[in-house]
Design a protein around this ligand. Structure first.
Ligand SMILES: Nc1ncnc2c1ncn2[C@@H]1O[C@H](COP(=O)(O)OP(=O)(O)OP(=O)(O)O)[C@@H](O)[C@H]1O
Ligand SMILES: [Mg+2]
Length: 354
């Protein structure tokens, strides 16, 4: 599912490649001015006071820089970084062990913090608020709680689903940084930096070509840069320019709006088979030979964000921009008001869907 070249998720093999271009300090972190400025004040005032800053939460879609910022927080504070993730903390005892082993000024990074188990979450509350945890010793009626001190530390949490965080959890973060998708010029600046670090010769136009197809996401931009570099090295003189970028991305099936083969298939079905919709999700999924979940969770979010597809109560609808993207003239009349050419009579689960 995440093997697409324009997936926002990182593949395991990608970790090393990402590490080499990851900014280490706040000043190197591209764009996100507001979050960067706020963080700068938060971290540097804490440094000046000589006490740890408030706990920090980063939220935003995959690949926008949450892990990068967590590492930057530790680097700016000069503290050691301990990394774990919500799903990795199965028992509260595991978390107690981590918390009580922290040294003053350490930064504890919990990725996917919305997936932390309930008992561990409650333990985390007291650690965050009072720098204290109650560790249970023994079982049954004889069990006793032993309070243990936790050194002053800073928790950095990251989540792609801020809405799934419990209220008490969210309230314990003194700073919440929400990362937005990047504009094409911002991605171009980011790519110019990556190219410099990777020692890749690139023209401004070549970089802009890649930036425009990267779906507002640094991870995708860096990945496309690596693929264009490969192509340029093998088939041309190694320079990333407009022609190598276009040729490479054609080979990799990434179109000029950053759509891959499946994204494109969904739009083409919607427009050519169903007259632009509205059509139900399951019907659309059958038409492209995919699971409805994949279409809904992997394909549609970007199409919706790009203004190419709308989800209406009566089904999926191609926007006028989608017609134009496919080189077709949008039909007259208000979009979404038409009747589906194929009504939602056949659905995967036999249920009419929306
Ligand atoms: N503002 C930025 N400037 C430069 N590079 C960036 C920036 N944001 C992200 N990157 C690069 O993009 C890649 C992905 O970033 P990162 O791993 O921090 O994303 P993430 O938000 O943690 O994603 P996930 O939700 O999948 O964990 C990294 O290689 C990082 O170097
Ligand atoms: Mg991450």
């Amino acid at each position: 599912m995440s093997d697409s070249l324009v997936s926002a998720l990182a593949s395991p093999e990608e970790r090393d490649a990402e590490a080499s271009v990851r900014p280490k300090r706040l000043a190197e972190f591209v764009a996100q001015e507001r979050v960067r400025e706020q963080l700068e004040v938060l971290l540097h005032s804490a440094l000046k006071r000589g006490s740890p800053p408030d706990h920090i939460l980063f939220s935003g879609s995959p690949g926008l820089g949450k892990t990068t910022l967590a590492m930057i927080v530790a680097a700016e504070l000069g503290g050691a970084l301990r990394m774990t993730s919500g799903p990795a903390i199965e028992r509260s005892g595991d978390l107690a062990a981590v918390l009580t082993s922290l040294q003053a000024g350490d930064v504890l990074f919990i990725d996917e913090i919305h997936r932390i188990a309930k008992p561990a979450e409650e333990l985390l509350y007291s650690a965050m608020e009072d720098f204290r945890v109650d560790v249970m010793v023994g079982k049954g009626p004889g069990a006793t709680a032993i309070p243990l001190d936790v050194e002053p530390f800073t928790l950095v949490g990251a989540t792609t689903r801020a809405g799934l965080l419990t209220g008490p959890m969210r309230d314990r973060f003194g700073f919440v940084g929400h990362l937005e998708f990047y504009t094409a010029p911002e991605l171009a600046a980011l790519l110019a930096r990556s190219a410099r670090i990777l020692g890749v010769a690139a023209t401004q136009e070549g970089i802009a070509e890649i930036a425009g197809r990267s779906r507002g996401t640094p991870r995708i931009a860096n990945r496309l840069l690596r693929r264009v570099r490969d192509y340029a090295e093998l088939r041309a003189d190694g320079v990333v320019n407009v022609s190598t970028a276009r040729a490479a991305l054609k080979v990799y099936d990434v179109d000029d709006a950053g759509l891959d083969r499946l994204d494109k298939a969904v739009l083409v079905s919607l427009v050519e088979l169903f007259g632009g919709g509205p059509v139900g999700l399951s019907t659309l999924a059958v038409a492209v030979g995919e699971q409805p979940d994949t279409v809904e969770e992997v394909v549609e979010p970007f199409l919706v964000r790009a203004g190419l597809l709308a989800r209406t109560p009566r089904g999926r609808v191609a926007t006028p921009a989608a017609w134009r993207h496919l080189g077709k003239k949008p039909p007259n009349g208000t979009f979404g008001a038409g009747t589906a050419v194929v009504p939602d009579l056949f659905t995967v689960d036999g249920q009419p869907d929306t």
